[in-house]
Design a protein around this ligand. Structure first.
Ligand SMILES: *Cc1c(COP(=O)(O)O)cnc(C)c1O
Length: 363
């Protein structure tokens, strides 16, 4: 009998957004009628420049990528005004989360995060046999974090701003105040949706350089959301070079593919694509806010590319999610996070029309 690590007993497998193929298979819906608003992907797709660069490199698939990732690191260094030594690249920022966990956690450690936040924080923590500590609120509240930090001495503190799956964000001043009080932990500022928050309100905009004076802080960013490259798996961590050097010890060689590297480099050259994505988003999210107001339910003000609708007991999030799925509309049910709520990625105008049509009919 194989004895798996004790830690595995307590781990629930990450539940990814349902793929389009599954809806086609299970409900016999035409793929062109399926609307996927479940994984916070960019609804306008991939930058044409990036897609072309990937095609141009298709015949380089036999070569291992440049393991130094020189060009991508240079591009990020110039984008954020930091040095290459301050950067580590991951297969998604997810992989950087994994490096951080493995670098500092053991069975005796704990990790602090908000009540409702990115599900992978818990999984990476439990993989190391460490304990998950949560604050009372899904918002990142200073008093709650400092009290838990002081009492429990966690090795990692996650500040997800903007937060997934709730969509709220924490002001830069508040984040800096917290960070200054938690110097014995690695504080991870996860900015997966920062492009959206920065565009909406400068008080919420955080750049890696805002954090660089702290030796215990790492900023995480990704190409998966605003840059439209979820399928390429490219993310990064930015911190002082001593912290990055430690994380490098956890990194396998060639941890992102040749084509992913090309995609990341090219994406840094096409900031117009990000601007265009955010402009569409800014216009379309207003329709979701109005829809909630018109139909008498609450939403959390969003600083991300999705919106979270919170229901009272007149609407059941699981029922509504299942019913929408049967119509070919894939959204995220937040019941497993303990919330009677759904998370909807803001789509294109047409995708949103379809969502509103089916949702309205169900109400
Ligand atoms: C999407 C997401 C990530 C990471 O995505 P990758 O595709 O692995 O780069 C990290 N944190 C949050 C909060 C996210 O929503």
């Amino acid at each position: 009998m194989i004895k798996f690590n004790k830690a595995l007993k307590d781990i629930k497998v990450y539940e990814a957004g349902k793929p389009i193929e599954l809806v086609v298979r299970e409900y016999g819906i035409d793929p062109k009628d399926v609307v996927k608003l479940a994984s916070n992907e960019n609804p306008i797709g991939t930058s044409p420049m990036v897609a072309q660069a990937i095609r141009n490199h298709a015949d380089k698939a036999h070569l291992y990528p440049d393991d130094s990732m020189f060009e991508l690191k240079e591009a990020l260094a110039s984008k954020y005004d930091v040095l290459s030594d301050n950067i580590i690249i991951g297969a998604g920022s997810d992989q950087v989360l994994e490096f951080i966990s493995r670098a500092v956690l053991d069975e005796n450690s704990s990790v602090l995060m908000s009540a409702v936040t990115f599900a992978m924080y818990e999984i990476y923590t439990k993989q190391m046999g460490a304990k998950v500590l949560r604050t009372m609120s899904y918002e990142h509240k200073y008093e709650e974090f400092i009290e838990a930090y002081t009492m429990r001495k966690p090795k990692i503190v996650y500040i997800c701003t903007p937060n997934n799956p709730t969509g709220d964000a924490t002001k830069k001043a508040e984040v800096l105040k917290m960070i200054g009080q938690m110097k014995d932990a690695i504080v991870v500022v996860d900015g997966a949706y920062m492009e959206y928050a920065s565009a909406k309100d400068s008080e919420y905009a955080i750049t890696p350089n805002d954090l660089m004076e702290f030796s215990h802080v790492i900023y995480l960013g990704t190409f998966s959301k605003a840059y439209g490259l979820g399928g390429m798996r490219v993310g990064y961590g930015i911190a002082q070079k001593e912290l990055i050097a430690q994380l490098y010890k956890m990194r396998p060689p060639f941890n992102i593919s040749t084509l992913s590297l090309v995609a990341g480099i090219e994406a840094c050259k096409d900031e117009d694509f990000v601007k265009e994505s955010i402009a569409l988003h800014t216009e379309q999210i207003k329709r979701y806010e109005a829809f909630a107001d018109d139909n008498g339910f609450e939403y959390i003000e969003s600083y991300t590319n999705f919106i979270t609708y919170v229901f009272d007991d007149r609407i059941d999030a699981t029922e509504i999610s299942d019913a929408l799925l049967k119509q070919g509309v894939i959204i995220r049910n937040l019941a497993s996070y303990g919330m009677n709520a759904i998370r909807i990625t803001i789509g294109t105008s047409k995708q949103n029309d379809i969502f509103f049509k089916h949702f309205k009919a169900l109400l």
